[in-house]
Design a protein around this ligand. Sequence first.
Ligand code: ACO
Length: 403
Amino acid sequence: VIDIAKLYAQAGLFTYDPAFTSTASCQSKITYIDGDAGVLEYRGYPIEQLAEKGDFLETCYLLLYGELPTKSQKFDFDQRVIHHTMVHEQMTRFFQSFRRDAHPMAVMVAAVGALAAFYHDSTDINDSKQRMIASMRMIAKMPTLAAMAYKYTIGQPFMYPKNSLSFAENFLQMCFAVPCEDYEINPVLAGALDTIFILHADHEQNASTSTVRIAGSSGANPFACIAAGIACLWGPAHGGANEAALAMLSGIGTVDRIPDFITRVKDKNSDVRLMGFGHRVYKNYDPRAKIMQKVCHAVLDETGHGDDPMLKVALELEKIALNDQYFIDRKLYPNVDFYSGITLKAMGFPTSMFTVLFAVARTVGWISQWSEMIEDPQQKIGRPRQLYTGAARRDYVDMADRK
Ligand code: ACO
């Protein structure tokens, strides 16, 4: 690798690449994507194999430590995560200060940032033990906070984590159980959720991960960095796309209205986009979308939504777009968000929780990338340059001399 940036800096030059379309911001050993071939690997393991054979906490271990755990390492890791699932009881009062109709992503940005105030014994980034405790806390507490954000908006009591359950089971329990009734976990839904978490666990230097890295490069504490990542993920061009894709499918409504919608997407004067389609890196089918489509079918069959009109619209829309020259020329294929909205809706999650679930899964990716950066001896504060296009030097005019 030629360090072009260093050579340019020595020569007093810099490159102009506003959306980082061709600029690598770091070296990383965590996730590999071949966008042209539609390949995604975590630490060298294909996403298809991890989704089929692994579980989410094993994926967390892999992303954090670089290797699949042995049996005893896996047991130990699960126990360490379980140990941290509760949040400080005073956090419940923090939640009470929000309006009931607050978007749960707004609550999550604040709640995760606030963790630094509750767990300041794991904010020293120069101490590797504190960094690891912060990582465990983030992975373990995100589902608890996410479920609290949900319960708060619907006016139900918070459910404490149950440590006899798996990561996905526990999340379902904290979201959907109520203290006055027994709650039976559906294993198909728990399995589907676990797979969804695996699919979203990391995706190299996307917008939110780059945000976490750049926030962390200043030495900010890990909770603040993850809060920054959550804020970035919220946007509709990133994690908010599944919510937007579902709104689009429901807006189209029926299969016969698809051609009209496609015409609007292709109209250069409209700002309508086919949500859940296209990707900065994948110029082929997003491998996660293929797995998500299978998960979607399994969940809809299990929940009796197999004939959901939105699924019909999605399948037909995909078929039409994949054979349309506009999408072929621009290499636009379904991304992971195309089917995730329908799936999560069938599982019982409201649309406002979709991006929150994404954040729960992506936390391990953010934390792994943050740790890799902190441990890199070449790590420096991230500081992009700019191409100044403003006014040339001019002299201040006293107020008395202005019109
Ligand atoms: N629908 C219609 N046209 C599209 C779409 C789309 N979803 N995506 C890109 N295009 C077109 C653009 O209009 C442009 O056409 P032009 O060359 O005629 O001007 C061309 O394809 C290139 O588009 P860019 O915006 O330059 O591509 P970029 O790589 O910057 O954008 C992005 C990637 C933001 C994901 C885009 O494809 C998009 O907006 N998709 C919809 C939102 C979405 O699904 N986001 C989720 C991404 S995955 C994730 O975060 C988990």
